[in-house]
Design a protein around this ligand. Sequence first.
Ligand code: URA
Length: 207
Amino acid sequence: MRSAALADIAAEASSCTRCALAATRTKVVFGAGDPEARLLFVGEGPGRDEDLQGEPFVGRSGKLLDRLIAEELGTDRSRCYIANVVKCRPPQNRDPKPDEMAACRPFLDRQLAVIAPAVVVTLGNVATRALLRTADGIRSLRGRAYPFGDAMLVPTYHPAAALRSGGEVVAEMRADLVRAKRLLAAAGPLGGGAPQGAGERARGPLP
Ligand code: URA
């Protein structure tokens, strides 16, 4: 059910020309992972490797993300879902522009509504600001969880920032993922559907 719904949205995104990024992309990077995931990561937008392969977080940032998912959550990306604020690569890896994010937002909102994760982890300033609709920065926003529709949102750094800055930022990312893990434990298993006794309604759509 969820996978068919996501496939429909992905098919629509694959030929999208709603913003200028369509002209320079190689592949649309719709998102990847378990349609039943309880944990959904949201990044900023595809980089060069992702644009070429059509998969999110497959470059150096992705390798760090995979490692932190394994070490702090005890799982792997196949049991989570990974999406981005924009589905096409901004040239020269610049931040996505407001009109590009606005044009792409319905795709992300529909992914969130179909997957209905228990916990959303935003990676970096762009994703965190977009989802929490704030201009505050990740340094002040991280360190706690925020209600996000029926889910909880845990902001953390973008793995590229952790690669640039090293030690302390990685340690804070680890702490954020532990926060996400605790929230997931309260909400049920990491992948493969709702906790026993919880129905479709308990997973709930996100706004
Ligand atoms: N950075 C992102 O924000 N998303 C990706 O998919 C890859 C790198």
